[in-house]
Design a protein around this ligand. Structure first.
Ligand SMILES: Nc1ncnc2c1ncn2[C@@H]1O[C@H](COP(=O)(O)OP(=O)(O)O)[C@@H](O)[C@H]1O
Ligand SMILES: [Mg+2]
Length: 227
């Protein structure tokens, strides 16, 4: 398998409209060519979740090209809509690729739990987990499925500050670890999170801005809000 570090995602003049609608995505061109934590901000209805569906391949562009060598997986706002099984272990079993031999299952699942700071939770019933722990379990699911592109659609919107921090910290670690870092795209309305990213862009009026530093995008949005 190719090293994660060489993966890419590229949009080349991609447009998309829902039936009877205007172009929600209007000639988007951008690329991500190295691992890291990339954040997207934009008003409700600006097309951020639609963009994720295009990356994930659930919908196809009306025109333009999407080139992606990464293996995407989604993490949603509400983990209760994503987690299906009674325990952490049984939940992760669902995401293990069929090609993994039985004698490697335990190590794979345990190491994924450790990567998201849930190492002691193998047999824990999911209903006893906090919101932040549930989101991290969803991340572990993506890891065992061998995904290397996390698409996080407002993953902290329903969490308290402590849980919010725990999820941000784990995603930051996964995307910046010296050993096999992965790529994450994170949609947020919580602007203070921008300070943790490696690049941020604004989705607005069918367009996407260039990648900028999180601090710059934070300042820009604050000054717009003050006008
Ligand atoms: N499944 C759908 N069918 C029709 N229109 C949709 C669908 N999903 C989203 N839209 C429309 O596309 C636009 C962008 O929505 P969305 O991508 O969800 O924005 P965001 O995630 O930025 O809030 C909105 O006008 C929304 O009503
Ligand atoms: Mg959305």
């Amino acid at each position: 398998m190719e090293p994660t570090g060489s993966g890419y995602l590229e949009f080349d003049q991609v447009s998309f409209s829902w039936p009877n609608g205007v172009n929600v995505i209007d000639q988007f061109s951008f690329s991500i060519k190295k691992p890291g934590l990339w954040m997207l901000v934009g008003e409700n209805g600006s097309g951020k979740s639609t963009l994720f569906r295009l990356i994930n391949g659930v919908i196809r562009p009306k025109s333009g090209k999407i080139l992606c060598s990464l293996r995407p997986s989604m993490v949603y706002q509400n983990p209760d809509h994503q987690l299906l099984m009674p325990t952490c272990k049984s939940e992760l079993m669902l995401s293990v690729p069929k090609s993994i031999p039985n004698n490697q299952l335990f190590n794979l699942i345990q190491s994924a739990l450790e990567k998201v700071d849930l190492g002691a939770m193998l047999d824990r019933p999911i209903h006893t987990l906090s919101g932040g722990q549930k989101q991290r379990l969803a991340l572990a699911g993506a890891i065992v499925s061998n995904s290397n592109l996390l698409l996080l659609d407002e993953p902290t919107a329903l969490l308290d500050p402590q849980s919010q921090n725990s999820v941000l910290k784990v995603v930051k670690k996964l995307t910046s670890s010296s050993n096999d870092p992965i790529t994450a795209i994170w949609i947020t309305h919580r602007l203070e999170e921008l300070y943790f990213c490696d690049g941020a862009a604004i989705v607005k009026n069918g367009a996407i801005t260039k990648w900028n530093s999180g601090a710059k995008v934070f300042q820009e949005l604050k000054s717009l809000a003050l006008r």
